[in-house]
Design a binder for this molecule. Sequence first.
Ligand code: GAR
Length: 204
Amino acid sequence: MGANAKAGKLNLAVLISGGGSNLQAIIDACKDSDFPAKVQMVISNTPGAQGLTRAKNAGIPAITIDHKNYDTRQDFEEALTDALSGHDIDLICLAGFMRILTPGFIAQWPRKIINTHPSLLPKFGGEGMYGMRVHQAVLDSGEQYSGSTIHYVIPEVDKGEIIIQKQVDIHSDDTAETLAKRVLASEHIAYPEAIKQIALKSGF
Ligand code: GAR
């Protein structure tokens, strides 16, 4: 450890909505004792999300906060804040979390929320650009490359500072589904790398 190194690891809260394959990549990276971060908790806004099972299998506390049970975004986010508090969270990782966070919530966690997006931002980002829609838009536009971006979250959707990008080739016979698979594999490499970079910069 360097002179500025803190004891312990960067504590992560991973927020998911679905399959949680990025969560799995982060959990797997954390199994290496040299990896400078640890998944402290997982929160899903979708009951029954596959990612919740991945967390439980890894022995990580996982809870559901179903946004449908709240009248407003602010009410949902208050529940999120309550759940996060007291867990010594250093970094919130959005991993396929399909809710837009309000500026008020983001302001509580300055440069402490990061996200993965399945395109080479700033291309094919913004509100409404998520999941399969992104890949179809990339194919429709005749791009030669796509990829993934890990970035800081700011109130402007998908506009925060880029931490890491991974480029993937587009094949002439690609469908949105085949491209999505290749891009997702690149996210699984990029996300742990980005977390490691932040942890090391923070002295962990
Ligand atoms: C990932 O491709 C992620 O980039 C995307 O959802 C997928 C989640 O996969 N997120 C967005 O489109 C948000 N803008 P996972 O649940 O298997 O990690």
